[in-house]
Design a protein around this ligand. Structure first.
Ligand code: DUC
Ligand code: ZN
Ligand code: ZN
Length: 470
């Protein structure tokens, strides 16, 4: 039997805020009270610290293999980086290859992640080959394998994009069996026309990545995805929402009582399209999809987070190095030096989600502390079938706990982060609020700058229904 006692911390959940002691036994929260004493427990003094449920990041891409490009974090390095950022569970992706069944894709990813994961994990399955056999497997994946969310792409024709008909077929099946569909919403075919026109005119620099992916094409696809989901009677979740006009579509649907949900990501909250004016190839660091948007979108997104038009902040951690060394050209932005279309789409961020949102949300007065916890832990857990095992501090929940110093300032930098990637979008950015200790099911895995976890500690999490309890 292992016992851990966290004393005198300020416990903050999505609804609570009080000072108390927490006794953890065998990885779960055993009791919470004003005063707990124990002769046997390992004791941690949390006086002056916030005690929050471990972060849950429901959008990461570790060891993501897109053929032409692969992300540079392994499950080990990516989940260790997550842990240092106060995240104790990730929901990553299992990509169905053409000709492969979704179950096979899941088995492949499980075999890769299980021995490496340093925090708990699950997957959304990305459906790319929607055949009758694919559809037949979905109920069992939801009900027995604990995979209750499936992602489809409306972008990247010829690579990841699936037709509206196939999206609709999958939606109907997933909806009937308690799952949720998540969608990358951009009109891929129209964007392809714009890309081809830009390249034909010799416009090859990274800025044209943004100029060929207009906001209204995100809005159009968002509207289409929601209407398809409405007809199919399935909850739908828009990933990486960036454009004000796309948010308007989500709000319109929610006002009509449709179970439409959305996440946004820190880069859309903190950075704008002006980053693409950086000299030379520097702007390639900011090539993610959708691209960074104008200031007015940032205002709309912050407002959306505050008033629950947006439910979750995830990172879309999709790390490609800027330089070819040390991981090779396929893990590097240099693939697109002569042509923006070849720049791998994605940016890192798993380690900085919580400090950034604390700084820009809580410290800046945009979000209450409770709302901050809701957006980074509780809502992800509820949305994706992990609650109440995860996402809160309560008797019987997993003891995934972050001790956070709200007054400690630090500088975000690639020289000190724990990801394999060789840059951060926030180099030199000062934030106040620092993760001090992280417990994964009661085990101390981060203590200041010290790493105490190990690969394989992270456990696969079977999830219950998604999109039903918000
Ligand atoms: N969409 C994602 O969700 N992640 C990385 C790239 C992309 O287009
Ligand atoms: Zn996407
Ligand atoms: Zn992504």
């Amino acid at each position: 039997m292992s016992e851990v006692l966290i004393k005198s911390g300020r416990i903050v959940t999505a609804v609570d805020d009080y000072v108390a002691d927490i006794l953890i036994r065998d990885g779960q929260i055993e009791s919470i009270a004003r005063q707990i004493s124990s002769d046997t427990a390992e004791v941690h003094n949390a006086a002056g610290l916030l005690v929050m449920p471990g972060g849950i990041d429901v959008h990461t891409h570790m060891e993501f293999d897109l053929g032409a490009a692969q992300t540079c974090d392994t499950y080990e390095t990516g989940t260790r980086s997550a842990a240092f950022g106060g995240t104790t569970t990730i929901v990553d992706f299992a990509l169905q290859k053409k000709g492969e069944t979704p179950k096979h894709a899941l088995d492949r990813r499980l075999a890769l992640a299980e021995p490496q994961a340093c925090v708990d994990f699950s997957f959304h399955i990305i459906l790319t080959d929607i055949t009758p056999e694919t559809l037949t497997e979905l109920p069992d994946l939801i009900n027995n394998d604990g995979i209750s969310s499936f992602k489809m792409f409306m972008a990247y024709p010829g690579v990841l994009m699936v037709s509206d008909a196939d999206i609709f077929r999958s939606m109907r099946k997933v909806g009937t069996h308690g799952g949720m569909v998540t969608v990358h919403a951009e009109n891929g075919e129209v964007i392809q026309v714009l890309i081809e026109e830009a390249l034909a005119q010799g416009n090859t620099s990274p800025k044209f990545h943004a100029l060929t992916r207009p906001r209204i094409m995100e809005a159009e696809a968002t509207h289409r995805a929601i209407r398809l989901a409405e007809l199919a009677e399935v909850p739908v979740y828009m990933v990486h929402l960036s454009a004000k006009e796309a948010l308007d579509s989500v709000v319109e649907a929610r006002d009509r009582g449709i179970p439409a949900f959305a996440e946004t990501c820190p880069h859309y909250l903190f950075l704008t399209i002006e980053e693409y004016d950086r000299p030379g190839f520097e702007a390639a660091k900011y090539v993610m999809t959708p691209p960074l948007r104008e200031h007015e979108c940032q205002h709309a997104l912050w407002r959306g987070l505050r008033f629950d038009d947006l439910q979750i902040v995830s990172t879309d951690h999709c790390p490609f190095c800027f330089n070819e060394n040390p991981y090779g050209i396929q893990r590097s932005k240099q693939l697109g030096r002569d042509n923006f279309e070849q720049i791998p789409n994605g940016a890192p961020g798993v380690e900085f989600r919580i400090p950034l949102l604390f700084e820009g949300g809580v410290n800046a007065g945009r979000l209450t502390l409770n709302r901050f916890v809701q957006l980074t832990s509780t809502a992800p857990a509820k949305m994706f079938g992990l609650f109440p095992r995860k996402g809160t501090i309560a008797v019987g929940s997993d003891a995934d706990i972050v001790l956070f110093d709200p007054l400690k300032s630090h500088i975000l930098s690639a020289s000190t982060h724990h990801s394999n990637v060789d840059y951060t979008l926030y180099e030199g950015h000062s934030v106040t609020g620092k993760v001090e200790k992280v417990f994964l099911r009661g085990a101390l895995i981060v203590d200041g700058d010290r790493w105490l976890g190990s690969p394989g500690m992270g456990q696969f999490q079977k999830r219950s229904a998604s999109g039903r309890v918000m």
